[in-house]
Design a protein around this ligand. Structure first.
Ligand SMILES: [Zn+2]
Length: 278
């Protein structure tokens, strides 16, 4: 009985292939593939840890040649850094101002700067700030009626940078001046206050301890007794934070030795220590 059944199966002719059916099936398969790809693209906005695309080798080469922070990381941390840079580039809109286009080098290094600052927070991408505007050099701001090197504009959801000053910030590695880190630090503080998925990621208690010490140091600066920060840090708490971040990454030994408490709190706040790379 069973043998007969199999014999019957073997003998049975396959159903005649209908050309129209085959075409419809092929089109359906293509539609499924395209839809999957599109939904994958949309989902990328939320699936940070599983972001599938590795950083292309051309971009890695730019990091290797131009970004010392990256070169100081272990291989494992380098991969995390690359992933975050790739994702940052993916979610931001880079807008050229008074230049024909935004180069790969600009995209990679500006993103690397944001990743350097937020490396202790794997899921923080300064998401409110969707646009990165890049000028070739200092630009005239019609709002302030003055020339600027950079600014953060929460209303326009933009971080604005003068490329020349950005590059100079990284060329002079240890003068405690770094435009990119300065502006990213402004964006970080603002991002913490904006009601979105990245709201309130900085530990409130640590932030309060920071402010107590910052106020005291700001008073010293006002009295002409700054220990290492330039006078501009005394302008207000936001500028103080940004200048502190510049010094944190560019002159960590001096910062730690002169202001160990302030340095220690910044380590807690940023969840990383430049003297002990992640
Ligand atoms: Zn500032």
């Amino acid at each position: 009985m069973t043998q007969a059944f199999f014999a019957l199966l073997l003998q049975a002719d396959p159903p005649p292939a209908n050309f129209v059916d085959v075409v419809v099936l092929a089109l359906l398969s293509i539609a499924v593939i395209v839809l999957s790809a599109l939904s994958g693209r949309v989902n990328m906005g939320f699936r940070v840890p599983g972001f599938p695309n590795p950083l292309p080798s051309k971009r890695k080469e730019i990091l290797r040649k131009r970004f010392p922070f990256y070169n100081g990381l272990s291989d494992n941390k380098k991969r995390r850094f690359e992933q975050k840079v790739q994702y940052f580039i993916h979610v931001k809109e880079f807008i050229p101002r008074q230049i024909p286009s935004v180069t790969e080098e600009m995209k990679v290094l500006i993103s690397a700067c944001a990743v350097q600052l937020t490396f202790g927070y794997p899921k923080i991408f300064l998401s409110h700030f969707k646009r990165i505007l890049i000028y070739p050099d200092n630009y005239y701001s019609t709002i302030n009626k003055a020339y600027h090197k950079g600014e953060v504009n929460p209303r326009l959801r933009a971080i604005v940078l003068a490329w020349k000053a950005f590059v100079e910030g990284y060329i002079s590695e240890s003068d405690g001046k770094n435009l990119g880190l300065h502006e990213m630090a402004h964006a970080l503080r603002l991002e913490n206050l904006i009601l979105n998925a990245e709201y309130n990621f900085l530990d409130e208690e640590v932030l309060e301890r920071w402010q107590v010490l910052a106020d005291s140091e700001m008073k010293s600066i006002a009295n002409g007794n700054s220990r290492m920060f330039r006078d501009y840090a005394g302008t207000n708490p936001d500028e103080f934070f940004s200048v502190a971040v510049e010094n944190f990454f560019e002159r960590p030994e001096k910062f730690k030795s002169l202001m160990p408490n302030l340095y220690g709190i910044l380590v807690l706040l940023l969840k990383q220590d430049p003297l002990n790379p992640l």
